[in-house]
Design a protein around this ligand. Structure first.
Ligand SMILES: [Fe+2]
Length: 152
């Protein structure tokens, strides 16, 4: 090991502690920056791209409009999805699972999944927590969309 690398390793914790001390600590709901995708919209709650020093887990909210759905997709970080409002169902690797406000889903790594809002009048909103930042830092993050498959 080179001397410079060894020195960096010795001081890593101090530098990381400083980075964590300076990290953003809160996201206000009113300040969310919503990004729109083809079928739904989402906003990061805690992510390195919006000023947080998190390296392992992240969180975002997603909103699906009435009768809407998001794309069929899969990713290697596992995910936890907590329904904040509304009702609908998800198809996870072919299994249909109904849900409503207060329910929590586990999305296994690399499972094809899609979320549907059952209401014709009300949006549904969910909180998602994943370990994407860890995978991204390791250079092993995989995300794929299946766009051509007919879902309804
Ligand atoms: Fe997902």
């Amino acid at each position: 090991m080179a001397a410079e690398e060894y020195s960096q390793q010795l001081h890593f914790h101090e530098e990381r502690s400083e980075e964590l001390r300076k990290s953003k600590k809160i996201t206000r709901w009113a300040e969310l920056r919503w990004g729109k995708s083809e079928h739904s919209r989402a906003a990061d709650l805690v992510h390195p791209t919006i000023g947080f020093a998190n390296r392992v887990i992240d969180a975002f909210v997603s909103e699906i409009p009435p009768s809407g759905k998001n794309t069929i997709h899969r990713h290697n970080p596992e995910a936890i999805v907590h329904i904040l409002d509304g009702a609908g169902y998800s198809i996870i690797d072919g299994e249909r699972i109904g849900w409503k406000k207060g329910d929590t889903l586990f999305i296994p790594p690399m499972s094809w999944h899609q979320h549907f809002n059952s209401s014709k009048t009300k949006s549904t909103t969910y909180l998602a927590v994943t370990c994407e930042p860890l995978f991204t830092r390791m250079g092993t993050f995989i995300m794929e969309e299946l766009k051509k498959k007919k879902t309804r």
